[in-house]
Write a protein that binds this ligand. Structure first.
Ligand code: ATP
Ligand code: MG
Length: 885
């Protein structure tokens, strides 16, 4: 079976058992402070397990793209060294939400593995939870007995709490789990060592392929466990591992999931991929490097496709770190001195077509981003490697007692100066048998952080709760004024400035999100007191109002009033952003996708994927379309709760990497023009936008461009200013009929006059040439000229000097000039005098320049100098005579 067929067989199998097949969630998780990347199939169902979201389908199956490079699950250091841990992998899973339990899960997993996939039963091992006396947990005999129906007892292995009891976190649903392992060793080895002893023992040929978790308890705050009313099944099977055992391979990289990439890398590097290489073999390093590249390109490409660009902090830095790790292998081990890694993207995108189309539809963008990162990292990589290697040698020589410990301070310097992430430094030192002094590194890092943090310290006080009610109603789609009460407030001090955060039970204030800034306005109290709201932000689903002061009577009912004029401008800009997005897709192509947006009361900023500068003509076309839509005065169609699938089917624009809920809000301006998933506020009809004008176009990152535009009053002011400027120009030009023509004439005249001046200077210096030649004095066989000349620029003087040299032999000439008030000296010597008499114009001019408080230099036959004191010019000319007399 091919990988594609294996994946499909899994989904078909569970679909036939009544499961709804759902799409993979994005690999990048936004708005969850505990998790940056999806690391298991169950992540997207967390709310259901916690009882916070309703069960829509009781049985679900999917293939989820996962990333295990940070936090609790971090397999990065294994990747490439072993053959079955990846950074990005697909987790096949089936779920029961309060529906079937252990029996069906076990029956079906066995049926799928042995009857559909036809895996040999004697190579399969299963585990069950052995119980834990301390927790008062009994052995999971239910699972044991279910397995006994199918599996010989010596292939059923008890496991402890660490391996066989799964918990989501400190509290919450949990329960025993049962893993399925596969032994792919050759028969002779299997005869010698019992496979059961190798399960969960890090043997690379006896690997876990599937984990079935049975959630039957809820752990509460005091640590005790309570039976769950509804029991769940959560399973995860590593797709790449499954493919490996089904294709009879001993390494995931030998399957068709990876071979295309591996062979491409091997071909391009001119090295052979040896799957069987062992540590210490000559081709071991290259084999590891090829595996790393083939693995990391998947993690990075999907992270970028799902909206996480490489960056210098947080999730973006995790991605950059992995990227740099791959680039280092590509450069140092595989010998690619030019960007290469990005070339894997098209291959990968092709491979995932029809599975995760997010990558294929953005492949050019993804490749471009990676290439740009490569170009910039390759610039410092070589120097960094030298720095590291020199320091290792240095430490060996100078610091004998600290043998093989790389100083933390140097590791920090490597990251600070050369952009080497710490794990890359660790990896590279480890390859040389060294370790990094991590404590020293942390200390250096901390020191830097403390320095920069001091400037941005924030001190957040505790909430003062007035009303025990955390459900906040947002009324701002319908009104800009609401009667409300304060639920709670607290003091926040940032940069020495005190502020208050206020939460209302009901508010028309829009909290900053989706690029739209937060509302400002007032809270008006019955006693007439007015509290000014300077900003509104979201925090864990709460809408937080920022104020400079607190009311005297915070328990009173208040009127929350949004600054309506500002909101109106914001809405114009937000709706215009939607029209702009749609118009750009028409003019530039469907590859245009939103990569960032800012909408405030003054202007709108829109970042999007596109590869070249947007031309003036394209900008004009885009503006024309948007303004046409403005004039059509299209009514806003706002649907607050549309099923996500229905919305997608109707062709709405959704953002890549955004995890939308089951129900979404759809904003439509003309069914055939702009339909977007959006939570922002909008004009009631496009006519309110007034007028749309693009004012800037620029590049922000590789493959990402930015348009800034204005609408309404701002656009009107802009046009008026432009008009005023034209008016001013007209007046300066004495009100010509055609300004452009008039400026053109002016420029032409200017050019003509310049030419005339040049010509007259030439004529003048031709006359001067003869005059000077006639003044030559013969001193000791040298024709000496020392004169003041008046010419408009240095070029003309130089020209003159060369001309005199052509007509006077044995020449030693010094010219004194004053150009724009600055004194200057020019010395010309015939070449033969340079050789025969040792005259050197450079030396001479420096000596003479002392008279005008200056300096200069040049060649032995021609040199110039400038100075400060014009009164010394005559002295300089007199001094010149001394040189030869
Ligand atoms: P292991 O002990 O092999 O690291 P695990 O206990 O971390 O596995 P689970 O968290 O139970 O694995 O994940 C479910 C399944 O996902 C595993 O049975 C395995 O097939 C697969 N899997 C886990 N981590 C990886 C990885 N880094 N690369 C590829 N597949 C993985
Ligand atoms: Mg693991």
């Amino acid at each position: 079976m091919t990988a594609k067929e294996i994946r499909q067989a899994f989904l078909d199998f569970f679909a036939a058992k009544g499961h709804t097949i759902v799409p993979s969630a994005p690999i990048v998780i936004k708005n969850d402070p505990t998790l940056m990347f999806t690391n298991a199939g169950m992540n997207q169902f967390k709310d259901i397990f916690l009882g916070e979201a309703p069960v829509k389908y009781p049985r679900v199956a999917d293939t989820q793209r996962c990333l295990r490079v940070s936090g609790k699950h971090n397999d990065l250091e294994e990747v490439g060294i072993d053959t079955y841990h990846h950074t990005m992998f697909e987790m096949l899973g089936n779920w029961s939400f309060g529906d079937y339990f252990k029996k069906e899960a076990i029956d079906w997993s066995w049926e799928l593995l042995t009857q559909v996939y036809k895996l040999p039963k004697d190579r399969l091992y299963v585990t069950y939870f052995e119980g834990d006396a301390k927790e008062g947990l009994e052995k999971d005999t239910e699972t044991l007995n279910l397995w006994k129906q199918y599996v010989a007892e010596d292939h059923i292995i008890p496991g402890n709490k660490k391996d066989n009891f799964w918990e989501m976190g400190e509290t919450g649903p949990c329960g025993p789990c049962s893993e399925i392992h596969f032994d792919s060793r050759p028969d002779n080895e299997r005869a010698e060592v019992d496979g059961a002893t190798l399960v969960n023992a890090d043997h690379d040929q006896v690997i876990e392929i599937w984990n079935n978790v049975f959630m039957q308890f809820n752990r509460v705050k005091d640590g005790s466990l309570h039976p769950l009313p509804a029991k769940h099944v959560d399973t995860g099977m590593g797709f790449e591992r499954l493919v490996r055992v089904l294709q009879g391979k001993t390494s995931n990289y030998d399957t068709d999931v990876f071979q295309g990439l591996i062979q491409f890398i091997a071909d391009k590097s001119g090295k052979k991929y040896n799957s069987a290489a062992k540590p210490g073999d000559a081709d071991w390093n290259a084999a590891v490097a090829m595996r790393v590249l083939a693995d990391h390109i998947r993690a990075i490409s999907f992270a970028i496709a799902d909206g996480q660009l490489p960056a210098s902090n947080k999730a973006g830095y995790v991605i950059r770190r992995i990227l740099r790790r791959a680039i280092r292998y590509s450069y140092q081990t595989l010998g690619f001195k030019e960007p290469f890694f990005n070339e894997l993207v098209p291959l990968l995108a092709e491979q995932f077509k029809g599975v995760f189309d997010e990558l294929y539809s953005q492949k050019d963008f993804v490749q471009k981003v990676i290439k740009e990162e490569e170009v910039s990292f390759l610039k410092t990589l070589a120097q960094g490697i030298i720095y590291l290697e020199n320091n290792i040698v240095g430490e060996q020589v100078w610091n004998k007692e600290n043998k093989n410990i790389f100083p933390g301070k140097l590791a920090f310097e490597l990251s600070d100066t050369y952009g080497f992430p710490i794990d890359l430094t660790e990896l590279m030192t480890r390859e040389k048998g060294w370790t990094v002094d991590m404590a020293g590194y942390e200390a250096a890092l901390q020191e830097q952080k403390t320095r920069s943090r001091a400037a941005t310290a924030i001190d957040t006080g505790d909430w003062t709760v007035l009303k025990n009610d955390d459900s906040v109603e947002f009324t701002g789609y319908d009104e800009t004024e609401s009667i409300a009460h304060i639920i709670k407030y607290r003091k926040v001090t940032a940069k020495g400035k005190e502020q208050y955060q206020i939460v209302l039970d009901k508010t028309p204030f829009y909290a900053e999100s989706g690029g739209q800034v937060g509302d400002t306005g007032e809270l008006v109290f019955p006693d007439g007191e007015v509290i000014h709201i300077t900003d509104t932000k979201k925090e864990n689903g709460l809408i937080v109002h920022f104020a400079d002061s607190l009311p005297k009577n915070p328990n009173d009912a208040l009127t929350a009033i949004v600054d309506a004029e500002r909101r109106h401008n914001i809405e114009g800009n937000h709706s215009a952003t939607h029209l702009l997005h749609a118009a750009m897709k028409q003019v530039l192509g469907s590859h245009v996708n939103q990569k960032g947006s800012l909408v405030n009361g003054e202007y709108l900023r829109f970042d999007f994927s596109h590869f070249s500068k947007v031309t003036d003509e394209e900008i004009a076309q885009i503006e024309a379309i948007v303004n046409q839509k403005v004039r059509e005065n299209i009514q806003l169609k706002e649907e607050r709760s549309v099923a996500y699938q229905t919305a997608i089917a109707s062709g709405v624009t959704a953002l890549f990497g955004e995890k939308y809920g089951e129900y979404v809000r759809v904003i439509t301006f003309d069914d055939n023009f702009s339909k977007e998933l959006c939570g922002g506020t909008h004009v009631k009809a496009t006519g309110q936008i007034g007028f749309f004008k693009i004012v800037a176009e620029s590049a922000v990152a590789a493959g990402v461009r930015r348009i800034e535009a204005i609408t309404g009053i701002a656009a009107q002011t802009y046009i008026n200013d432009q008009n005023a400027l034209i008016h001013q120009l007209k007046e300066l030009l004495k009100n010509p009929k055609d300004i452009a023509k008039s400026v053109e004439t002016l420029l032409e005249e200017n050019t003509r006059l310049k030419k005339e001046i040049e010509k007259s200077v030439l004529e003048k210096s031709a006359g001067l040439k003869n005059e000077l030649a006639a003044k030559a004095e013969n001193i000791n066989g040298i024709n000496f000229i020392a004169q003041r000349v008046s010419l408009p620029n240095a070029d003309a003087v130089k020209n003159l000097a060369y001309q005199v040299k052509d007509i006077v032999e044995n020449l030693f000439m010094v010219l004194a000039t004053e150009i724009d008030g600055k004194p200057g000296l020019t010395v010309m010597v015939s070449e033969n005098l340079v050789k025969e008499k040792g005259l050197n114009a450079g030396n001479i001019v420096r000596e003479l320049a002392k008279e005008i408080q200056g300096g200069g230099g040049g060649q032995p036959f021609f040199a110039t100098a400038g100075g400060k004191d014009a009164s010394g010019l005559d002295r300089a000319l007199e001094k010149a005579r001394l040189v030869i007399s």
